[in-house]
Ligand binder design. Structure first.
Ligand code: 2RA
Length: 329
């Protein structure tokens, strides 16, 4: 497999390379791609040096798969060019996610929808991915009526500039601002820009992408997305109301046996998921599982995952692994 990583020097691109290396992806040739100013620089992969190439060079090399994490505009412009050259693109931007002709995939939930004709595949938003991994088995068993989610999102979701802003503030140094306000020692109840209904784009992504991935527009969902001064992962407080009642132990057991989930839920020993423990892990961590005593058929839980891993790079690499395994590339 010839694999291109587009945006190889960015936060997510760097993690994509790490994940490909760690998971021993069956790769015969790596093509790192970045903006013109990085062309010619080198990256190291499995102890070997690779020169960064331009978009045009990468297309002419006809990779089997291109993992894209270079922003929506780059993706809109260049993903179709790769696809025309026969490359299957797995794109981490929001550019194609809600395009009805493109699949939006979380392998544990809907990889079975993929076919050899899918040449541009969208990787969902980080906060959506970790939530749907936990929602899917519960929806299959108890049928979800409504979800209320509040997020506590890591600054790494914004990018390098935000990490630098937080670190500068921590050291008392002035520097460029990624956010409208200080983030260290603060909480910002805004992720991405506001849209007409008073929600943010991040909140609308959680609503719309969840329904698309789960192939069920009847799921009602409302979200409040919040940035906190944390690295390592996104956390989510999730309240779920089902059509049908459940046995709490059975619900927990269902999550425990779901691929990609690790249940950390032992309050007697103060064990619950935290971003510092999810950091650099590929799984979704679920804990604080308890009945919502104010409402029939309802449960509360706390879901944490490394947003650069399962929320971005790992999910994209897992899609690539699925394509290879099923002979779809
Ligand atoms: C965030 N949704 O955390 C993002 C990144 N994809 O801002």
């Amino acid at each position: 497999m010839k694999i291109a990583v587009v945006g190889a020097t960015g936060l997510v691109g760097t993690v994509m390379l790490k994940v490909l290396e760690e998971r021993n992806f069956p790769l015969t040739e790596l093509i790192p791609v970045a903006s013109e100013k990085s062309v010619g620089k080198e990256i190291t992969f499995k102890g070997k040096k690779y020169a960064i190439v331009s978009m045009d060079t990468a297309i002419s090399m006809r990779p089997d798969i291109a993992l894209f994490s270079a922003g929506g505009n780059t993706s809109l412009e260049h993903a179709p060019r790769f696809a025309e050259a026969g490359t299957t693109v797995i794109d981490n931007s929001s550019a194609w996610r809600m395009d009805p002709s493109k699949k939006l995939v979380v392998p544990e939930v809907n990889a079975h929808e993929l076919s050899i004709d899918d040449k541009i595949i969208a990787n969902p938003n980080c906060s959506t991915i970790q939530m749907v991994v936990a929602l899917k088995p519960l929806h299959d068993k108890y049928k979800i009526k409504r979800v209320v989610v509040s997020t506590y999102q890591s600054v790494t979701g914004t990018g390098v500039k935000a990490v630098e802003q937080m670190m500068n503030e921590r050291k008392g140094i002035d520097g460029p601002m990624a956010y409208a306000y200080p983030i260290d020692l603060n909480v910002i109840p805004q992720i991405d820009v506001f849209v007409e209904n008073g929600y943010t784009k991040e909140e609308m992504k959680m609503i719309n992408e969840t329904r698309k991935i789960m192939s069920d527009d009847s799921i009602r969902l409302t979200a409040t997305t919040v940035r906190i001064p944390v690295m390592g992962g996104h956390s989510e407080s999730v309240n779920i109301e089902f059509e049908n009642d459940f046995d709490l132990a059975e619900l927990r057991a269902l999550l425990e046996k779901t691929e990609g989930i690790i249940v950390v839920d032992d309050i007697a020993n103060l064990k619950y998921p935290m971003p510092k423990d999810a950091h650099e892990k590929d799984e979704v961590f679920v804990g604080r599982i308890r009945r919502d005593e104010s409402m029939p058929n309802s449960v509360n839980m706390w879901i944490v995952a490394d947003n650069l891993r399962k929320g971005a790079a790992t999910n994209a690499v897992q899609i690539a692994e699925f394509l290879v395994k099923k002979g779809l590339v």
